[in-house]
Design a protein around this ligand. Sequence first.
Ligand code: SAM
Length: 276
Amino acid sequence: MKHDCGIFLQWALPIMKMRWAGFRKVHKQVCKRIRQRMKLLGLQDFEAYKQWLITHDSEWNKLDNMCRITISRFYRDWAVFDYLKDDILQRLAQQAVYKKRTLRCWSAGCASGEEPYTLSLIWYFVLKEKFPELDFQIIATDVDAKLLDRAKTGCYTYGSLKGLPKQWLPEAFTKTENDYCIHSSFGKNIEWLKQDIRKSFPEGRFDLLLCRNLVATYFEPELQVKIFNQMKSALRPGGFLVLGCHEKLPNGLDGFSTTVEKLNMYQMIDNKNDQV
Ligand SMILES: C[S@@+](CC[C@H](N)C(=O)[O-])C[C@H]1O[C@@H](n2cnc3c(N)ncnc32)[C@H](O)[C@@H]1O
């Protein structure tokens, strides 16, 4: 039987604990990679690739690597970053300064750095003046080493930065022939880590965790519950978890209260009444 890529993915994704619904609209880039792989292996169609997987265990890891959607941009979903900038980060900064500790943020699935650099820009242009003594730290993790290298280089097309407040661009970026490159000073408070979120988390606890357009979109519900439960120990009491605009926490998960429902922001319930 001849398989098309969609049918193939609907068979393969659940085996990898991923969900087809998350990939439905964006599966073309995954299919393109799989077709290249099939060509390399000399396989004619998706049915042949399915049989290859069934008989070659090590191929699953390769398929897993091909099933990554890498789309991102600066200040993605402006209402979310406006709210972080004008409300949540202000409250967290005030508390961190009062308690004389570092304000720690984690961008999980940070792609080419657009999200952690957005936080760094908010710190520089908004928080720094109001809270000069604030120590602001960002941990940015992704499973893809190539994306992390791109992030460290920090050069982007205009399309990925056009959501940023326009007045920030001249001071934060240098325009080259084809790209806009962020000044290295904006990476000084970012630590880049290659990590698979299904296997490891960065050390310590965070005030703000951005896990957007990754776990709740691409992973099956059971795996989502496991990861979000683990995230509770990665958050400080009263800390915030922010999901993507089209995502929600899976059923069967307690310990979070909704802060701003339509922006998918959740706060860790603090039993010691220590919320910010
Ligand atoms: C769609 S992008 C989202 C980027 C950013 N968070 C945003 O919302 O714009 C998903 C990112 O998650 C990363 N990713 C996929 N699977 C991962 C995993 N198991 N562990 C860590 N990162 C992963 C991908 O490499 C990609 O950079």
